[in-house]
Design a protein around this ligand. Structure first.
Ligand code: S3P
Length: 447
């Protein structure tokens, strides 16, 4: 039986994190979310059988698996993390019988909009209360350039695929890997060579994986630091064996916990070290974090390695705005590290945080203030003035945001007084093992 995304009960599930003994041991975090979505989608667009190991079995990814089934692919779970996808080929998607529910997942929904937008079928997309508020025009408008149409800028919305689909030459104006990836997936079934330009160098998993699946794709550096991606349409993708590395965005939580809980030492093995994903490690090291990266090796076309993190006295830093794309999901937990540092940590260039699973800037600021941390909110950033620790004692509103929930639970493990978050149910969207994994390392959580 495949795990399937469970219908969420409307009851909130609060959890309290209390000052913990030193965290020790080995933290085996789950597979990378971004790569997991892409493996399922490209598997469905290939002709033949793709085999995936290490797939993240979290709600967001399971919703993408369901969507691939709805378009006609056969998606089979053989065991924990081990899946097979029998694809229908580029242009082979059938119209789904029912509305596609992507739950909380911006990545799943936006990538799938791209994947179907150049096939002459219609599909209706919806999601939970958080996803229904998130901007979709950033993806939908460029998809119209291929010839697709849509009826609504927010979910629920229906996309009608282009017929015929024309290739495009388009510059992505938001720093978003989701938008870039949606356009690349759409370009697969458009006649001719599409050109997609990005100024901000966002995560490149789609480009790498398209190459591995046999697409005719080239990435050229531009003089201004951006990139152009050239992708030949009417592609035929061949199936692949995909080994999904462990998710650095999930690793970030035990990593920061180890840095702030006195006496801690954790090993986090086999984490993806893609340069466009590990801005947090660079930043924490600049703050004085004792993080070793050992046993660096290659797996499935990506660099991976083992992280060893030890409790460290941190200091505040200015985080370069240009680093944001390589750590965009890590600012909530970086803000926690900043609270435990001495001095000001300045974070800018973060307008994208306002349109994540929640308005993360205001959620972080409110959560820090509730726990006695001095923080200034800016339109596109924040400044945290750390005093080497946090009072805690606060109740944190998570706004249906998994990363807000996990970040403030990490905070509570090292605060003077416990920290309570209002709901942990959303953690299942990206890191279902978070609670037991952290408890196993020594975290003191109380329901
Ligand atoms: C993702 C891209 C990022 C990131 C998200 C995953 C992806 O979103 O925040 O968690 O897998 O492409 P944006 O494209 O909105 O920056």
């Amino acid at each position: 039986m495949s795990p399937s995304p469970s219908p969420r009960s409307s009851a909130l599930r609060p959890l309290t994190a209390r000052g913990s003994r030193p965290l020790r041991g080995v933290a085996l975090v789950a597979g990378d979310k971004s790569i997991s979505h892409r493996a399922l989608i490209l598997g469905a667009l290939a002709v033949g059988q793709t085999r995936i190991t290490g797939l993240l079995e979290a709600e967001d990814v399971l919703n993408t698996a369901e969507a691939m089934r709805a378009f006609g692919a056969t998606v089979t779970r053989d065991g924990p993390g081990t899946w097979r996808v029998d694809g229908v080929g580029v242009g082979g998607f059938a119209a789904p019988d029912a509305t596609l529910d992507f739950g909380n997942s911006g990545t799943g929904s936006r990538l799938v909009m791209g994947a179907m937008a150049t096939t002459p079928i219609a599909a209706t997309f919806t999601g939970d209360a958080s996803l229904r508020k998130r901007p979709m025009k950033r993806v939908l408008d460029p998809l119209t350039k291929f010839g697709a149409t849509y009826d609504n800028a927010l979910m629920p919305l229906t996309v009608t695929g282009a017929n015929p689909a024309l290739c495009i030459d388009y510059e992505v104006t938001v720093a978003s890997a989701q938008v870039k990836s949606a356009l690349l997936l759409a370009a697969l079934n458009a006649a001719g060579r599409s050109r997609i330009v990005q100024r901000a160098l966002t995560r490149d998993h789609t480009e790498k994986m398209l190459k591995a699946f046999g697409a005719d794709i080239r990435v050229n550096a531009l003089k201004d630091g951006g990139e152009e991606i050239l992708l030949m349409g009417e592609a035929e993708l061949k199936p692949c064996v995909v080994e999904v590395p462990r998710d650095p965005s999930s690793a970030a939580f035990p990593l920061v916990a180890a840095l702030i809980v006195p006496g801690s030492e954790l090993t986090i093995p086999s984490v993806l070290l893609n340069a466009r994903r590990i801005g947090l490690i660079d930043t924490l090291r600049e703050m004085g974090a004792n993080i070793e990266i050992v046993n660096v090796r290659e797996s499935g076309g990506e660099e991976i390695g083992d992280l060893i993190a030890r409790h460290s006295q941190l200091k505040g830093v200015d985080v370069p705005a240009g680093r944001a794309p390589s750590m965009i999901d890590e600012y909530p937990v970086l803000a926690i590290a900043a609270a435990f540092a001495n001095g000001r940590t300045v974070m800018n260039g973060l307008e994208e945080l306002r349109v994540k699973e929640s308005d993360r800037l205001s959620a972080i600021v409110a959560g820090l203030q509730a726990n006695g941390v001095s923080v200034e909110e800016r339109p596109d950033g924040m400044v945290v003035t750390g005093q080497g620790g946090a009072k805690g004692g606060g109740h944190v509103a998570t706004h249906m945001d998994h990363r807000i929930a996990m970040s403030f639970l990490v905070m509570g493990l090292a605060s003077a007084a416990p920290v309570t978050v209002d709901d942990v149910s959303m953690i299942a969207t990206s890191f279902p093992e978070f609670e037991p994994l952290m408890r196993g390392l020594g975290a003191d959580f109380a329901a």
